[in-house]
Design a protein around this ligand. Structure first.
Ligand code: CAA
Length: 258
């Protein structure tokens, strides 16, 4: 397996687990960490033994944002020429469902990384925010777009323009997070949900994820059309035959991901 400096990569059954591991910097997302996370997701994504991925941090911080110390000396030419943050976009193209297990701070790029995942399970100490405005910049890993789609314009403007932190009860009320659990149970809860997802047909879960994401990326008409085509495509799989046969025969399905 690939060596990592800033993350810990593990598997538990069919679940891939990526733990951000720069505790002294509250898991600030520097370029090395970005490349390691993206590389680990890429490896899991082509592994048919993996049916879901969990990305998590520490109890104090999921991630406190992009690494301000790394960024502070960069010029306009630097960020343009490096396509700074560009590698993060690859996460949104993963076919494997990704769950963010968020405890503590999810600020700036940390909030954006959580929103790049397919769903967020939060500990009761989770705090979300886009404080880039306090640094004289704006969100740069999709925060202005994904937060607005998740919580609506008024709340997103409030967060992005003031830089205020949002506690987890408000985040749950707005639909930014799917479940809230005691902070010490967050990692286990996310793995449990990931195990449920990973027990399904991988082809069907990838299609389901693709279909839901179309709701964010296209009009209703285009989204419904895409969903119908994806639905039809599942009838080309062994897993559709097996899943429906298992129901009729009153037994558990044995999906082969084919
Ligand atoms: N980048 C680099 N280092 C960071 C960091 C970051 N985003 N966040 C925290 N750290 C470092 C601190 O510098 C500190 O290091 P030293 O011990 O070497 O000084 C260490 O982590 C611990 O941090 P604090 O002492 O500040 O911890 P705290 O408990 O007092 O405060 C906090 C916690 C409120 C999260 C505070 O650290 C903070 O405000 N961090 C910055 C949050 C932020 O602005 N994030 C947005 C970054 S910009 C961005 O993400 C752009 C984008 O769109 C992608």
């Amino acid at each position: 397996m690939t060596e990592h400096q800033t993350i810990i990569v593990e598997t538990s059954g069919r679940v891939g687990i990526i733990t951000l591991n720069r505790p002294k910097a509250l898991n600030a997302l520097n370029t090395e960490l970005m490349n390691e996370v993206v590389g680990a997701v890429r490896e899991f994504d082509v592994d048919q033994g993996i049916g879901a991925i969990v990305i998590t941090g520490s109890e104090k911080a999921f991630a406190a944002g992009a690494d301000i110390k790394e960024m502070s000396s960069k010029s306009y030419a630097d960020v343009v020429n490096e396509q700074f943050f560009g590698a993060w976009d690859e996460l949104s193209r993963a076919r494997t469902p990704i769950i963010a297990a968020v405890t503590g701070y999810a600020l700036g790029g940390g909030c954006e990384l959580a929103m790049l995942c397919d769903t967020i399970i939060a500990g009761d100490n989770a705090v979300f925010g886009q404080p880039e405005i306090n640094l004289g910049v704006i969100p740069g890993i999709g925060g202005s777009q994904r937060l607005t789609r998740a919580v609506g314009k008024a709340k997103a403007m409030d967060m992005v323009l003031t830089g205020r932190q949002m506690k987890v009860d408000e985040a749950e009320r707005l639909g930014l997070v799917s479940r809230v659990v005691p902070k010490e149970d967050c990692r286990a809860a996310a793995i449990e949900v990931a195990e449920v997802i990973a027990s399904k047909s991988l082809i069907a879960s990838a299609a389901a994820k693709d279909a839901v994401n179309r709701a964010f990326e296209s009009s209703l008409v285009e989204g419904v059309r895409a969903e119908r085509a994806l639905f039809y495509s599942t009838f080309a799989t062994d897993d559709q035959t097996e899943g429906m046969a298992a129901f009729v025969e009153k037994r558990d399905p044995n999906f082969t991901h084919r």
